[in-house]
Ligand binder design. Structure first.
Ligand code: URA
Length: 231
């Protein structure tokens, strides 16, 4: 159940005072009846709401794919740096946040949503969601580095990293798939094999793959299919 004025604000019909005015004037119908009380409560997923003759359907959750550029931080607020949320400041939705973090200098796929349950599931260490990164390195990537990364390396945690998948693209470029999300994990893994990351981009997370039509800084809504597959 939701209050009528809250519903209309959440659907971005106007500010609290603007929607109150619309309600008072009799411009809002719920299930065919003019409702003049702002605190009128109804079932938001069932009722049919019309404002000035136009149906307003309720959307609780929003899901965006952002191609994070380097130089912005994966936070909702930051005192020093531009945040990923500033890139989505004109995108419809509320209470949104990035699902997990990419380092300031990392580019690529970042999911932005207000669906806490989905976020929790994707980030849960128990779920071992695949994350694939394009990694460019300072030195050539040798066979022994690849087999160490595949087996698991010591990054100073209690356990070795879980086995990773490595696809050699070029001498100094790999696609690395990991199932954990430790702080700076990819950079620490390459350091553990005596190499160094010079460029990092996330290509996918679970079933979600970065849309190559999105330039760094651009975003789009997920499709219904993408949302269903992620869940
Ligand atoms: N691993 C890193 O080291 N940095 C990232 O941003 C993501 C994974």
């Amino acid at each position: 159940m939701i209050r009528l004025d809250k519903f209309l604000c959440e659907m971005e019909i106007g500010t609290r005072s603007q929607v109150k005015e619309l309600i008072k004037k009799g411009n809002v119908l719920v299930d065919g009846e003019v409702i003049k009380k702002a605190d009128y409560k109804f079932e938001e997923n069932v009722a049919k709401v019309f404002v000035n003759g136009k149906e307003i359907s309720y959307q609780k959750y929003y899901y965006y794919m952002l191609h994070k550029p380097a130089g912005v931080v994966s936070a909702t607020v930051d005192n020093h740096d531009k945040t990923v949320m500033e890139l989505l400041k004109n995108a419809p939705g509320r209470d949104m946040f990035p699902v997990g973090r990419l380092d300031k200098d990392t580019e690529g796929l970042l999911l932005i949503t207000n669906d806490g349950e989905l976020s929790h599931n994707l980030l849960s260490p128990k779920k071992h969601i695949d994350k694939t990164y394009l990694v460019k390195t300072k030195k050539e990537i040798t066979d022994s580095m690849i087999s160490s990364l595949e087996k698991g390396v010591d990054i100073g945690e209690d356990h070795l990293t879980l086995p990773a998948k490595v696809k050699l693209i070029k001498e100094q470029v790999i696609e690395l798939t990991i199932t954990e999300g430790k702080f700076h994990q990819v950079k620490r893994m390459l350091k553990a094999v005596d190499n160094e990351v010079v460029y990092l981009k996330r290509l996918s997370m679970g079933s979600l793959t970065l849309d190559e039509n999105l330039a760094p800084g651009e975003y789009r809504l997920l499709t219904k299919k993408e949302i269903e597959e992620l869940k």
